[in-house]
Write a protein that binds this ligand. Sequence first.
Ligand SMILES: [Zn+2]
Length: 396
Amino acid sequence: MTPNTQAGMTQAFVRSTNLALVLDRITRESGSVSRADIAGALGMTRSTVSRLVDDLVLGRLVVEGEAIGGLRGRPAVPLSLSAGTVVSLGLEVNLDRIVATVVDLSGATLGVAKEAIDALDLGFKATMAIATRLAGRLLGQAPDQARLAGAVLAVPALVAKDGRSVVRAPNLGWDGLDPSSMWDVTFRGEPVPLRVANDVDCSSLTLIQESPDASFLYLTGEVGIGSAVSMDGQLLSGRHGWASELGHMCVEPGGAVCGCGADGCLETVVGRPALLAASGQKDLDALCIALDTGDERALLAIDGAAKALGIAVGGALNLLDLTTVNLGGHLGVLGEWLNPLLAAELDRRVLWSTYSEIELASVSQAPLRAAMGAGLAALAHVHADPAAWVEPLLER
Ligand SMILES: [Zn+2]
């Protein structure tokens, strides 16, 4: 390599890194950040930031708003992430549903398609055929000028680190399968590659989007119990990407056998079927009504759930020093009855609970979040390397 090409590569690397830093500032404060704010935050000169912002605007990743102020100095032009110019496909397969979404760089959801299914009854091939159909239909409605960043499928499973295959899915039973082998979706004549990701990690990305430096434990109740941990806005992934499986923490040694093969896992006590069986109710609505009317068996079931959650969540908080626990799925819906009991358990079990408050929050729209977050995951490489998306438009 000649010194000149080396210098050229270094320059390209610096530019690419700087574009990503500027885009990150705009992502964090979309709609309320100006060139001067970014220059101040990043310690760059205003002219350097201005050139980088101009390129992001020409590359259609960022848009300028109406100038505001201007009594003293130049008026500030607020910068936002561009809507509808770069989009991605986010999908979720769960036991009872398939959800497909198209999201854009601004985080807006441009389209949603849902279908209720029985994934165990349908099997892998037929389920993926429905996912393919929903995805094709949604992409057909994407804005004319949109570029597609990719597609991610969220599954209740441990997935391979490269996002190619499902490793272990105790409730779905897709162990070792590669969903992209059953995927045939094109966008403007080009095949759309598909990656897989853990569903709760994807859901957590929507919470991080709302609060970019958030630290929390996210616990969501479906048939199983999914969980994820965010530390300062970064998902805790572990060495293989398999961290945060709180649903398989043992809370009852010698208890019921779990889908994973072990006994007494958290999800054997607070997973939806387990909780409904313990309360003697046929579905979640019936359970809520029973709790409202003070049904003794239903209240006892919630008490048992709070104790089991107290062991698992208390252990996680002692280990990780997190103060926010976000509850989704049926755990979020049951918050009114569950949270006071769980809070008491955590007060007792978490060593530092008298010094720092533990916040229990119910997450709204939990069933949509995995698919929306999968879309955000598919956009991650645009945020990591905006130069790759900007340069083709600058060369025209
Ligand atoms: Zn288990």
